[in-house]
Write a protein that binds this ligand. Structure first.
Ligand code: SR1
Ligand code: MG
Length: 396
């Protein structure tokens, strides 16, 4: 993978981002360039530079040496920029239609220069506005199926897979997930963040031994199962979308992990959006969950049957076993993510944006009950219908 090292790290400003774009020859000479820092995520700077005449633009994303959401007291490796650009390039070799083009990356500056996707909208924002995006789940199901299969021991040379997995060892970013998704919300930890009124509900989770055991099993999977190359943070804020296009961005959390993790994160964030809506408007979210799983299972199965490199792939029952465990794990991971986005660090606008406090608290209590049941009962859900059923059963 080509990532260059040119200069010493310094955080870019808007004028410096423009100078860099000019130096890299990304625009024609003398182009009237407008640059804005538009990063609204938790970790990075994002510069959008546009030629005012041709309207053509690029994105320069730069990692900061700390987590922006917390501040300089939380140092964070700049290596995540290399992981991100390498993950985008790896994904592009399987599903170029679902990731932005990477034009250039520089390890010392911790930057990735990539395609301007401003024609699209962040899925979380659009879903909050009530948009439905008919192709979102078909595209995400295919994205996950192909990236998972082709990076697994069944879809690529098994020696090459080990080398690829080595290049995606991502300890610091994995630690964020190990702590923020799998641990802190289940204990009285300083990173947690919730309304005082939720304290009794939250303390009940902290005392729940059954929940702790199941969350621990899921964390163990995340820690130990180097199965496929994951995006690692596939929530609806990591997806640009329109009626006919989908682009997955921000794979700085990429690493080799359990196959159900990306699906679980995506399902959870669809459920969080469903929880923020009136009951009668939730169907499109359930439809997206159904379709994501159906497309994932169907594309993954076809690849397994037609392109597998592993002798045992043809063994009756093995594919079914892989899919069954991927589903069970995805349900459990979804439960952890639902709880974490409700009471842990880094909430979601779907729930926090519910203006009326009482309604917000109702939705958050519902999220906590749903997350708990998803974790504990994950092996009993026989299909995606189970999400609908559990959402209904956890209403009170
Ligand atoms: C300190 S980072 C908080 C969260 O932002 C990212 O998007 C991940 O979801 C991470 O857990
Ligand atoms: Mg992100």
């Amino acid at each position: 993978m080509t990532t260059v090292q040119t200069s010493v790290y310094e955080p870019l400003t808007e004028p410096k981002a423009v100078s860099l774009a000019v130096r890299l020859g990304l625009f024609r000479d003398g182009a009237p360039l407008l640059c804005r820092e538009i990063g609204d995520g938790n970790l990075n700077l994002v510069f959008h530079i546009v030629d005012q005449e041709t309207k053509q633009g690029v994105i320069i994303k730069q990692a900061l040496p700390y987590a922006k959401v917390v501040g300089e007291s939380w140092p964070l490796t700049l290596k995540r920029a290399v992981i991100e650009s390498n993950a985008l390039r790896t994904f592009a070799s399987y599903v170029p239609q679902y990731v932005p083009k990477v034009y250039y990356s520089d390890e010392s500056l911790a930057i990735t220069v990539m395609e301007d996707l401003s024609r699209l909208q962040i899925a979380r924002k659009g879903l909050i506005e009530g948009k439905t995006y008919p192709l979102l789940s078909q595209h995400i199901g295919e994205f996950v199926a192909k990236t998972a299969f082709y990076t697994s021991d069944f879809g690529m040379n098994q020696q090459e897979k080990k080398k690829l997995a080595q290049s995606f060892v991502n300890p610091e970013l994995c630690k964020i997930t190990e702590d923020l998704v799998f641990t802190d919300p289940f204990f009285d930890h300083e990173t947690n963040n919730f309304e005082d009124e939720l304290r009794p509900d939250v303390e009940a989770l902290w005392r729940d031994d059954r929940l702790h055991l199941e969350a621990a099993k899921l964390k163990r999977k995340f820690l130990t199962e180097a199965d496929v190359l994951l995006h690692g943070d596939l929530h609806t804020g990591s997806i640009f979308v329109s009626a006919d296009e989908t682009k997955v961005i921000d794979p700085e959390f990429a690493f080799y992990g359990p196959i159900g993790f990306d699906l679980g994160q995506f399902f959870a964030n669809l459920l969080l959006n469903a929880l923020s809506r009136p009951e009668l408007e939730r169907q499109p979210l359930f439809d997206h969950i159904d379709r994501t799983w159906d497309v994932f299972a169907s594309v993954f199965s076809t690849l397994w049957r037609t392109e597998s490199v592993e002798t045992y792939a043809a063994t009756p029952g093995l594919l079914e076993d892989v899919l069954r465990h991927a589903f069970i794990d995805a349900v459990g991971f979804a439960g952890c993510e639902v709880i974490r986005r409700t009471i842990g660090l880094a909430h979601v606008a779907d729930l926090d944006g519910i203006e009326h406090k009482d309604e917000r608290l109702v939705a958050k209590r519902h999220a906590l009950r749903l997350g708990r049941r998803l974790i504990i009962e994950r092996a009993e859900l026989t299909g995606t219908d189970g999400f609908r059923r559990l959402l209904a059963e956890t209403k009170q």
